[in-house]
Design a protein around this ligand. Structure first.
Ligand SMILES: CC(C)(COP(=O)(O)OP(=O)(O)OC[C@H]1O[C@@H](n2cnc3c(N)ncnc32)[C@H](O)[C@@H]1OP(=O)(O)O)[C@@H](O)C(=O)NCCC(=O)NCCS
Length: 142
């Protein structure tokens, strides 16, 4: 069953993300931060449950003009069943309802499997863009 992510899913979602290759979890993924994220972006993040267990999850939010898709994961034993595609399509439809047509995501350059997955669904790489970050904290893991 696919449904909206609730903060009560946090422990199961973090367990899924923690067991997912190519997924970097940071201080930004604390319970408080995810609770705030879900509150600021209602109806945009989703989980897939099988017999009460979370087997897929995606975080999504908007700055009002673009959509951002993050932390998409499907548990290894449930891959290849179309769940990843369903999660992505549900996010895109939710953005479209808010009038947002373009969505961005970040994927590690080495993560060719995810890139193949996204390209198979019509996403296109932006080789002309480089990501820059700025860290105002002395901590690295923010
Ligand atoms: C990427 C991921 C979410 C895909 O989930 P999934 O449920 O196995 O994917 P689906 O079954 O929905 O596949 C959807 C489509 O993508 C295609 N696809 C999947 N992996 C692919 C790959 N490596 N190359 C090309 N196409 C691929 C499938 O063939 C399918 O196409 P179809 O609908 O025509 O049959 C999952 O592999 C995962 O959790 N990976 C690790 C985490 C990760 O890398 N997340 C992305 C971070 S940005």
């Amino acid at each position: 069953m696919l449904r909206e992510m609730l903060i009560s899913d946090y422990d199961q979602v973090m367990a899924l993300w923690g067991n997912t290759e190519s997924m970097s979890l940071r201080g930004a993924d604390s319970r408080d931060n995810i609770a705030l994220y879900l509150k600021k972006n209602p109806g945009l993040s989703f989980v897939v449950e099988k017999q009460g267990l979370v087997v897929g999850a995606v975080l999504a939010g908007t700055d009002g003009r673009r959509g951002y898709l993050q932390h998409l994961a499907v548990s290894v034993s449930s891959r290849g069943e179309g769940l990843g595609k369903q999660l992505v399509n549900t996010v895109i439809a939710a953005f479209a309802e808010q009038g947002i047509a373009k969505t961005h995501l970040f994927v590690h350059s080495d993560n060719k499997a995810a890139q193949g997955f996204y390209e198979s669904m019509g996403w296109f790489p932006r080789d002309e863009v480089r990501m820059f970050s700025f860290n105002s904290s002395s901590e690295l893991n923010v």
